[in-house]
Design a binder for this molecule. Structure first.
Ligand code: F0G
Length: 359
């Protein structure tokens, strides 16, 4: 049977009825790929998987939430949607709004969103407002606008977004046959960790899984309000997707952390970039920098032997790192991370000289 998107797949777990017009780009069903080197690194038979959310239609996990938010907006007869975004939400909102024939308005922090994401909003016909402010201010403005005008806010404070995004946990559990022992995820505005935890809890209550994972969230060190326990006024990180100082789902993220006996910690930009490059060169998985925060977190905690005791206790451990967005979102970062090759004259000899074709 062909995949019809997360709403059709998980309809009974979602707040939709026969009357809800489903706006879908067949999102979800993303690959869960075992990482052999990361599995070996944790050792003793541990299995580490990457949930490659960059394989969604607009290149990030946001599509799961947006199919729900836009479907419900159409059901409510809304004609325009609005979001503040570090880029991926705006890409998803503008694509799904285009499909539904809605106007989309996106507020983005000027100069701080990756090129691929900006191009998506523009080509899908969104009304783009590059605001001279960071994401947190953009979100405050978006909330104010949604209060004053007949426009539906599709940031993750819209509960339909969380509903859609929880399906990531369903898919992981369906593929593994149970929930994983650990779920590692990047954290920005904190909607996704909230949604994943909700998904695991619901599947567990429904008897679909026997265990609940420990939720490990990772923020960028320069944008780690949940780690410091207070908002960061001027968040800074190369991982622009998670350059957020005052997450909207603060309390829910803390609850997911505590209820799951997990943690939320910070990883530095250098650690993020190292994980970003290693995923590309060792797994063949190209993600955007923010996505690599989960893997940077895994590397940090593997080094501390954090997984050794649970592994010894259980004899088996399954760890899932959510990699949230595609690497092609931010080609500039990839180009900056490697040394560009020199131009070569068109002869086999000069190519051989430059590259050493004999290996
Ligand atoms: N990874 C990527 C690639 C993201 O784009 C985001 C958030 C996150 C992780 C963090 O998820 O906010 O639910 O904790 N991007 C939002 C946006 C803020 O506007 O695209 P979160």
């Amino acid at each position: 049977m062909s995949w019809k998107g997360i709403i059709e797949q998980y309809r009974s777990y979602l707040p939709v009825t026969e009357q809800t017009p489903i706006v879908s780009l067949h999102e979800g069903n993303t690959p869960l790929i075992q990482s052999h080197w990361l599995s070996e690194l944790v050792g003793n038979g541990a299995e580490v998987y990457l949930k490659y959310e960059g394989m969604n239609p607009t290149g990030s996990f946001k599509d799961r939430g947006m199919t729900m938010a836009i479907s419900k907006a159409v059901e409510a007869k809304s004609v325009a949607v609005l979001c503040a975004s570090t880029g991926n939400t705006s890409a998803a909102a503008s694509a799904y709004a285009a499909r539904a024939g809605l106007t989309s308005i996106v507020l983005i922090p000027n100069g701080n969103i990756a090129l691929g994401k900006l191009s998506q909003a523009l080509i899908h016909g969104a009304k783009v407002a590059p605001v001279e402010a960071n994401f947190d201010t953009c979100l405050e403005l978006a909330k104010e606008i949604a209060d004053k005008y007949p426009i539906t806010l599709v940031n993750s404070i819209n509960p339909h977004r969380i509903e859609g995004q929880k399906t990531c946990a369903f898919e992981i559990s369906d593929t593994l046959g149970d929930a994983p022992d650990f779920n590692l995820t990047p954290v920005g505005n904190a909607g996704n960790i909230t949604a994943q935890w909700k998904g695991y809890c619901e599947y567990h209550s429904a008897g679909k899984t026997t265990l609940l994972p420990r939720m490990l969230g990772f923020q960028a060190a320069g944008a780690a309000p949940l780690v410091h326990g207070k908002p960061v006024l001027n968040p800074e990180t190369i991982a622009t997707a998670i350059r957020i100082g005052n997450p909207a789902s603060w309390d829910q993220a803390i609850q997911a952390r505590d209820d799951s006996n997990g943690l939320i910690d910070a990883v530095t930009d250098d650690e993020i970039l190292a994980a970003y490059q290693q995923l590309a060169t060792r797994d063949g998985v190209f993600v955007e920098p923010a996505s690599a925060a989960s893997v940077a977190g895994l590397l940090k905690y593997a080094q501390r032997d954090y997984f050794a005791k649970p592994l010894a206790d259980k004899g088996r451990l399954r760890i899932v790192c959510i990699v949230t967005g595609h690497g092609l979102k931010d080609p500039e970062r990839a180009i900056k991370s490697i040394e560009l090759p020199d131009r070569i004259q068109p002869s086999v000899e000069s190519i051989h000289q430059a590259i050493n074709l004999a290996g």
